[in-house]
Write a new protein. Structure first.
Length: 400
C-alpha cells in the first residue's frame, strides 16, 4: 500500500484498476458526484496495458458511428486535458491514413469511414492514387493504391501520462487511491455487492467497477460472471530513424497500417518511429508472459517496414517491449452491470481503448448514477450480445 494511505472501512464506490479506464471513471465520479470513491490498483497508476499503449487518437471506425462519436468526444477532452484535470499530457497531432483499393473489404471500410466522418463534420480527406506519391513521399508503392483516407485530426498521446493526470485530479476532488493493493474478490450478500476483498482487507461498498484490463475475468469469476475476453501478447519496437530521414520528412510520417494489417506504425515522441503488432499475438497469462519481442518478429517487422519505407531499413532500435490486449470476440467493449446488483464492468477494449477512455469514464459514471447515458446508446456495449452468439456483434472492425 502507498505510504500514508489507510484502507477505508467503507466507500460508496470501489474501482478496481488504476489504468486509463479506472482512473477516468474515478475522475468523473469524483468531479461530478458527491459519492465517496476509492480506487485500488495492485501495481502503480498507469501500469499494465495502459503504460504499454500506443495511445493513438483517431476517429475513423468505418461505419461504426458510435465509436466515431465517442472518439470525437474523447479527443476533444484530451485536447483540453490540462484545463479539465490540471495536468499536462504529451500530445501530438498526426493524421491516420488508410490506403485502400476499390471493390475490396478494406476499400469499403475506408470509404465508409470517410462518409461517416464527413457526416459528423470531423475533418477527413480522400486522396486519389495520383496524389499519394506527393502526399506521402517516404512510402514506396503508394501509387499502387486506388485511394487513401486521412483522418486529419488524429494524433497520439501517452497512456501513463493520461492515467496519472486523471488520478491526480480525482484525488484532488476527494477520491482515495490505493496503489500496491490488489483486489482478490467481490463480496456479495443477498444478490448485491457489499464489499471488495483486497490484499489489505475488505472495503465495504454497494458499487464496484472492475476496470482491471486482462485481470478483469479473474475477478468476474468471483461473482459467477464469465467474460469472453482473451489476453494476447503484442510486440512493440521504438525505432531510431536515420538523421537524414528526420531531416527529409519532418512530421510527414502518418499513422498507418503496414500491408496486410498485422502491423501499424506511428511517429513517436523525440523523432522516433513506433512499430507494433496488432491482434497477432498468442493468448497469454497477464502475470506470466515474455515482455521482450521475439528476434524472429523483429526481423520480420523491420523487413516489412523496410519494404514500405526504404529509408528506415537501417533504423536503430531505441526500445522494445510487449504489452497485452484484452479482446472480446467482436473487438467491441463491454460496459455493463453484470452479476450481482451494483457490479459494473468496463473491459474488453481490444487494442483500441485509450482513444475512448474519457468517454468510457463518463459513460460509467452515468450508468452508475443515472442508470443510463445520453452520450451514446450504451446497449451496444452490453454483454448480453454474447448470449445468442459467441461472436457477439460478429464482424471485427479494423481497430487500432
Amino acid at each position: 500500500m502507498s505510504a500514508g494511505i489507510d484502507l477505508p472501512d467503507s466507500s460508496d464506490v470501489v474501482i478496481v484498476g488504476g489504468g486509463i479506464m479506472g482512473t477516468s471513471t474515478a475522475f468523473f465520479l469524483a468531479t461530478e458526484t458527491d459519492l465517496d470513491v476509492t480506487l485500488v490498483e495492485k501495481d502503480g497508476i498507469g501500469s499494465g496495458s495502459t503504460g504499454d499503449s500506443s495511445a493513438i487518437l483517431r476517429h475513423h471506425y468505418g461505419d461504426q458511428e458510435i465509436y466515431s462519436r465517442m472518439a470525437r468526444w474523447s479527443h476533444d477532452f484530451y485536447r483540453r486535458f490540462d484545463e479539465e484535470t490540471g495536468a499536462a499530457i504529451a500530445y501530438e497531432g498526426n493524421p491516420m491514413v488508410r490506403f485502400a483499393n476499390e471493390n475490396t473489404p478494406g476499400g469499403e471500410y475506408a470509404q465508409a469511414g470517410y462518409e461517416t466522418l464527413s457526416e459528423l463534420d470531423i475533418p477527413v480527406t480522400r486522396y486519389e492514387s495520383e496524389d499519394l506519391p506527393e502526399q506521402y513521399p517516404m512510402l514506396t508503392g503508394v501509387a499502387e493504391y486506388d485511394f487513401a483516407i486521412s483522418d486529419d485530426e488524429a494524433g497520439y498521446s501517452d497512456g501513463a501520462d493520461a492515467a496519472n493526470g486523471f488520478d491526480r485530479a480525482a484525488r484532488r476532488n476527494g477520491a482515495t487511491v490505493l496503489t500496491g493493493v490488489g483486489a482478490e474478490s467481490i463480496v456479495v450478500d443477498d444478490g448485491a455487492v457489499v464489499g471488495v476483498d483486497t490484499e489489505a482487507g475488505e472495503i465495504a461498498c454497494e458499487t464496484v467497477v472492475v476496470a482491471a484490463g486482462p485481470w478483469t475475468p479473474r475477478l468476474a469469476e468471483t461473482v459467477g460472471v464469465d467474460l469472453p475476453i482473451t489476453p494476447t501478447r503484442e510486440q512493440v519496437l521504438i525505432l531510431d530513424p536515420p538523421e537524414e530521414y528526420v531531416d527529409d520528412h519532418p512530421s510527414l510520417t502518418p499513422t498507418t497500417a503496414l500491408p496486410g494489417g498485422e502491423w501499424y506504425i506511428r511517429p513517436d515522441f523525440g523523432d522516433g518511429i513506433l512499430v507494433a503488432t496488432h491482434h497477432t499475438g498468442e493468448a497469454v497469462d497477464p502475470d506470466r508472459y515474455d515482455g521482450t519481442p521475439d528476434e524472429e518478429t523483429i526481423l520480420e517487422l523491420t523487413d516489412e517496414l523496410g519494404e514500405l519505407i526504404p529509408e528506415l531499413r537501417d533504423a536503430g532500435i531505441r526500445g522494445r517491449y510487449c504489452g497485452v490486449y484484452s479482446s472480446t470476440p467482436d473487438h467491441d467493449f463491454i460496459l455493463d452491470q453484470l452479476g450481482p446488483d451494483g457490479c459494473y464492468f468496463a473491459c474488453g477494449f481490444s487494442g483500441h481503448g485509450f482513444k475512448q477512455a474519457p468517454a468510457v469514464g463518463k459513460i460509467m459514471r452515468d450508468l452508475i448514477v443515472d442508470g443510463s447515458t445520453s452520450l451514446v446508446d450504451a446497449d451496444f456495449f452490453s454483454a448480453d450480445r454474447f448470449d445468442d452468439s459467441p461472436a457477439g456483434h460478429g464482424a471485427v472492425a479494423d481497430n487500432v
